[in-house]
Design a protein around this ligand. Structure first.
Ligand code: NAD
Length: 353
């Protein structure tokens, strides 16, 4: 009898991709057999939301334009009051992980079907995960019913993402694929998705940063980020995500920027223990993946060190102790000294190596 069984679970969703795909949302609402739409959109997605609202006509029951990062339950309560007053029976969310998180929270409370139209590369639209915050405490639940049944990837909606947000959001996506490669729950499917995602993100992101208004390059980056989102959905994440959760939760740090400055440090830390993951990343990038990610992070015009984000130096040891006390599965064994060394490098913004 084998002692190492791999389990791969796929979550079903219908995915539309391509320029102008957002104009198919009203048709997709029709497929659901529902007729009273709650339209959730961040202010950044107002123009697209207005177009969808126009296409929905009388089927638009209500709009909600105040989703917030980390899905605070107080904001969900406000949205639920709107749902009830309008008798909404499905939710369309246009925006980044914040808008899609709110859509999942509403669906979790009502069973309403969801259509997600992502405008960043965060990947929440394809995951069965919802993280909610109450009184500063984040709790996460995982349930296949949370995955939006329909996802609409329209690269034109990402054209307005400024270079800084483009870079950090894409590196956030890259982190899902990198950690899937060294995950103990990796399968042949996640290996294939992650290898393609790493290569796709690292080759298309520089082209997008050269011309953020190039819809073809945006489309390639969005597709690679979709694959990375599927990695997050299907493989357990390791040290990188644990550090992002612990640091982000403790100091209320910006999600994508934190991922961007940490990732190369974690990759350098794990390299000796993850030769197969690195062989795949090298095939995908044609070079040294740590250097590629470190260069991307260091070229960011926002914070490139934990010190710049306001993390106090004297808190690092305590963070290392918390991480080492209950580590996420990671290829290199976690020790307080090891994590403290990694955090020291990230705090100073040193080049990892
Ligand atoms: P976000 O949705 O908060 O958006 C960040 C900022 O970018 C906002 O100010 C938004 O208005 C702006 N923005 C979004 N799209 C834009 C566009 N096309 N043009 C211009 N501005 C735009 O951030 P995010 O990084 O997409 O998502 C982060 C949130 O999602 C966090 O709460 C995180 O925990 C959650 N998340 C959850 C999962 C999951 O699987 N549950 C996965 C990834 C992220």
């Amino acid at each position: 009898m084998s002692t190492s069984i791999t389990i791969h679970e796929t979550v079903a969703s219908r995915v539309l991709t391509g320029r102008g795909a957002v104009d198919h949302v009203p048709q997709e609402v029709g497929r659901l057999g529902t007729g009273r739409v709650l339209l959730v959109a961040t202010p950044s997605a107002k123009a697209a939301a207005d177009r969808v609202a126009q296409g929905l006509g009388a089927r638009l029951a209500a709009r909600f334009d105040r989703p917030a990062a980390h899905t605070p339950v107080a904001v969900t309560a406000e949205a639920m009051a709107v749902v009830e007053a309008a008798s909404a029976d499905c939710v369309v969310a246009i925006g980044g992980g914040s808008a899609i998180g709110l859509s999942k929270a509403v669906s979790a409370r009502t069973g309403m079907p969801q259509i997600a139209v992502p405008t960043t590369y965060a990947g929440s639209e394809v995951t069965p995960v919802l993280g909610e915050t109450k009184d500063g405490v984040k709790t996460t639940r995982r349930d296949p019913a949370l995955v939006p049944g329909t996802v609409v990837y329209d690269p034109d909606l990402t054209l307005t993402l400024p270079p800084g947000l483009t870079r950090t959001s894409a590196v956030n996506a890259l982190a899902h694929a990198v950690e899937a490669l060294w995950s103990p729950t990796a399968s042949p499917v996640t290996d294939a998705l992650a290898t393609e995602a790493v290569g796709g993100i690292l080759t298309s992101l520089p082209a997008v940063l050269d011309d953020v208004a190039d819809p073809e390059a945006r489309g390639r980056l969005q597709s690679a980020a979709w694959l990375a989102g599927l990695c997050l959905a299907q493989a357990r994440m390791g040290l990188h995500h644990q550090l992002a959760h612990v640091l982000g939760g403790t100091f209320d740090l910006p999600h994508a920027e934190l991922h961007t400055l940490l990732l190369a440090h974690v990759m350098a830390f794990n390299r000796p223990a993850a030769p197969e993951a690195f062989a795949r990343m090298e095939r995908g990038t044609g070079g040294d993946p740590v250097v590629a990610v470190s260069d991307l992070a260091r070229a960011h015009d926002g914070p490139t060190a934990l010190a710049d984000l306001g993390v106090p130096a004297d808190a690092l040891r305590g963070i290392a102790e918390r991480v080492a006390a209950a580590p996420y599965p990671n290829p290199r064994p976690i020790t307080v000294e090891g994590v403290a060394g990694l955090l020291d490098g990230a705090w100073h913004g040193r080049v990892p190596g």
